[in-house]
Design a protein around this ligand. Structure first.
Ligand code: NAP
Length: 258
């Protein structure tokens, strides 16, 4: 079976969960579904993905509705990052408008060690304000390349910026170095990174998921103060917590439709 005779599944991606889900769907359904993953286009060299890939914004909710209808999408799986709140809201609205079944993969939250020296903040601006008032000198910053400018006016701090791929543009931070690493991260690796760079403060988004959790254990062991940007609330509607459960949801959804 090919093309329009089979259900067309759209994954909103940009995460390792989305990539894993595409592989699971492809292995399970083979050519019994048409599979497309949508990427925003932020990553310079996206990893290989099972199925088709489309890249770039849709042009707001209306553009997404138009895409869903034009491409005859049967089921929509939102596997975007927990902090990608705009596209998740657009997906919910567009699914409601079109009646297309949609599910969100909401990553499990981290279980934060009790002994962690933890400061919760709502956003990166507040994190930068707080950092400026702390006795912090060497900071591991893992909040993503687009948030760096928010920290540009914090004085007397050296930043180690972790990025998942090399960006050519100069950093908007005057006193910083970069380390390029892709998850999953091990406890040993996180411990070494913090020790070798004499890190006293970690700034991270509360993204959740096992692949990036080790830094919290390492920070606890080493007494590294952690500023945690709180996860925004997930939009309402159907939720699962893993690519495997999203595959089960898809089976259920396509079973109901045939
Ligand atoms: P966002 O603020 O929710 O989205 C901003 C705009 O980017 C959306 O309105 C949409 O444009 C477009 N967009 C976002 N995700 C898209 C997708 N998968 N396919 C097509 N268009 C998309 O998102 P963000 O925080 O900038 O994240 C962008 C991408 O990076 C997402 O795919 C996300 O999964 C990934 N990511 C984000 C983070 C993070 O910390 N935010 C971390 C890791 C990966 P239109 O309105 O024009 O449709």
């Amino acid at each position: 079976m090919t093309g329009s005779s089979v259900p067309h599944v759209l994954i909103l991606g940009g995460t390792s969960d989305a990539r894993k889900l595409a592989a699971l769907i492809h292995a399970d359904f083979e050519d019994r579904v048409q599979l497309t993953t949508s990427l925003a286009g932020r990553t310079l060299s996206p990893a290989n993905m099972a199925g088709n890939v489309r890249t770039g914004g849709f042009g707001g909710v209306d553009g997404l509705i138009d895409y869903l209808e034009t491409e005859n999408i049967t089921a929509l799986i939102d596997a975007t990052h927990p902090f990608a709140t705009n596209i998740s809201l657009h997906a919910l609205t567009a699914a409601d408008e079109t009646g297309i079944p949609r599910v969100l993969i909401a990553r499990p939250r981290w279980s934060l060690p009790e002994a962690l020296d933890l400061k919760r903040v709502p956003d990166t601006h507040t994190a930068a304000d707080l950092l400026g008032k702390m006795d912090a000198h060497r900071v591991l910053l893992t909040t993503g390349i687009q948030t760096l400018k928010d920290f540009s006016s914090v004085p007397d701090v050296w930043f180690l910026v972790r990025q998942i791929e090399n960006h050519e543009a100069p950093l908007p931070l005057s006193n910083a170095a970069t380390v390029t690493q892709k998850p999953p991260f091990t406890l040993e690796g996180e411990r070494d990174l913090m020790t070798e760079n004499r890190i006293d403060t970690l700034i991270t988004k509360e993204s959740g998921g096992a692949a990036t959790e080790a830094k919290l254990t390492a920070a606890t062991e080493l007494g590294v103060c952690t500023i945690l940007i709180e996860r925004p609330p997930a939009p309402p509607g159907d939720q699962v917590t893993s690519p495997e459960d999203a595959l089960a949801w898809l089976h259920d959804c396509l079973g109901r439709k045939t």
